[in-house]
Design a protein around this ligand. Structure first.
Ligand SMILES: CC(C)(COP(=O)(O)OP(=O)(O)OC[C@H]1O[C@@H](n2cnc3c(N)ncnc32)[C@H](O)[C@@H]1OP(=O)(O)O)[C@@H](O)C(=O)NCCC(=O)NCCS
Length: 183
């Protein structure tokens, strides 16, 4: 149904369509989605490879990492050869990340939501994490993100894991879920 791929210019057009769709969203947008909405359309159209693909490949390979950053793989979620979302696997955790960020972050393009795509992508990334010798991964979500919360509790019930002590950041309760990876 879906696959996870390493970022590539092959998906330029549907990636840009996704950015355009997200730029039109009204009301509160979560920080991970806002970052996507902030992409510059001119640079996306004109220099996709250098603007988007290469920095992601560098981050994956630990090249040119800013201070305090760890290497991470951003997988693009592809359905019928269309970009429909992304899911990031951070290869390790700093003390700060273990409190507030976690190993995994994800986002599905609004017009593709409620089709089981995030659930399927999470399962695939749990396999990728296992391949990186991680036996469990931490996923952190804000207390008011009911959909993500539901997904993560379901993942713990399916694959194993536990809920760790929540943390507070900028007045928000951050829930912390450890999920077993999949061999
Ligand atoms: C959270 C998010 C990734 C879910 O993506 P998705 O592909 O729609 O999720 P799924 O279709 O796999 O649904 C996951 C579960 O949530 C439920 N769900 C999804 N959207 C829902 C909605 N709008 N209302 C109620 N339940 C919903 C689904 O029914 C499913 O539960 P089930 O397995 O018991 O049936 C997506 O809403 C998103 O990108 N949100 C913004 C970014 C974000 O919050 N990222 C997570 C940060 S921790």
């Amino acid at each position: 149904m879906i696959k996870l791929v390493i970022p590539s210019s092959k998906y330029k057009q549907t990636f840009i369509s996704a950015v355009k769709e997200i730029k039109k969203l009204q009301g509160f947008i979560s920080p991970s989605v806002q970052q996507f909405a902030d992409y510059d359309l001119k640079r996306l159209e004109g220099n996709f490879e250098n603007y988007i693909v290469l920095p992601l490949i560098n981050t994956m390979n630990g090249v040119n990492l800013p201070e305090g950053f760890v290497s991470a793989t951003e997988f693009w979620i592809i359905k019928d050869e269309n970009f429909v979302g992304r899911i990031c696997l951070r290869h390790e955790l700093t003390e700060f990340m273990a409190k507030y960020i976690g190993h995994i972050g994800y986002m599905v393009v609004p017009s593709f939501r409620k089709q089981g795509i995030a659930t399927a992508a999470l399962k695939l990334v749990l396999q990728k994490a296992y391949e990186r010798s991680l036996s469990e991964v931490l996923v952190i979500c804000e207390d008011d993100n009911d959909i993500s919360k539901h997904m993560l509790i379901k993942a713990i019930n399916t694959f194993g894991g536990y809920e760790d002590t929540p943390q507070e950041k900028d007045g928000k309760k951050m829930l912390r879920y450890w999920i077993k990876t999949i061999a």
